[in-house]
Design a protein around this ligand. Sequence first.
Ligand code: ADP
Length: 313
Amino acid sequence: MVGLIVAVIIFYLILLTICTIIYSKLTSISIINPLKKLSSSARRLKEGDYSSRVNLNLKNEFGELECIFNEMAEQIQQEISLRKQSEENRKKLILDISHDLKNPLASIMGYAEFCNNNADLSREEHSTYLKVIYENSLRANNLITDLFELSKMESPGYAISKTKVDICEYMRKEIGALITTFDKFGFDYDFEVPEKEINAFIDIKQMDRVFQNLADNTVKYNPKGTKVMISILEQGAEMIIIFKDNGIGIPAEIAKDIFNPFVRVDSARNSQTGGTGLGLAITLKIVVAHGGNIKLKTGVNCGCEFIIKVPKI
Ligand code: ADP
């Protein structure tokens, strides 16, 4: 009888030991496997594979860890790609600047040297070459001034000085100034400014620059007889200023990047028009500094419609 009891106890002890071993094995697998997967993904991330993610399919604390790890990896991947993009933009900007400065400087140097080496040039020839030198130095100077303006606007401490302004009244005055430009170049125009008061916080000097840029572009890139239309609308908490022409327009594939520095439709024509390729980039920065935005609707031979939205008060 005693022997039987001892045998049963021993049997149960052995069974308990086996169960404990199996249980601890299973537990360790359910801990070690996810840990292994996590550490291998973390290692791949560390080695520069920012697409590395963990897939555990667990509903316990490891599941939570999986979510946190994947979110962190996603953030790192986004930040790295942003950093790469801005590094590429910086390189492209430097390349564009050097390219755009090289041409006028080469011209200035060439003509100055030519004048210097040819003492027998006539008065007319001299003045022609001086004119070329002057125009090219103007081009280089415009580029540097615009670049300085743009980089000032991109610096963290940049702020505009806004005052409360009745936009309708402001636009009437602005249009009065722009008409001189449109008349000079033989452009048609039409304006729709409501007979009421719509107030907004505006930096007048900067906003003048926006409209002067848009008007200068219209007359620079479009033929005589093109019609310009400026109108003001209210939409909810915003005020919309539409600056539209029925000119040559901009191809869609270029228009999508047109507010980036140095994006131009025809760089050859640009050197004739004296454009720096920075006007619309500066325009965008000014409108954004007012808490607004600017969009362009255009297409080849469909004209350009710039839609500026600014919060009203
Ligand atoms: P730019 O100094 O060259 O004028 P912008 O940034 O002001 O630089 O303009 C970028 C380009 O957009 C111009 O080079 C021109 O090709 C095109 N563009 C701008 N406005 C107009 C317009 N109203 N009609 C046709 N093309 C335009």
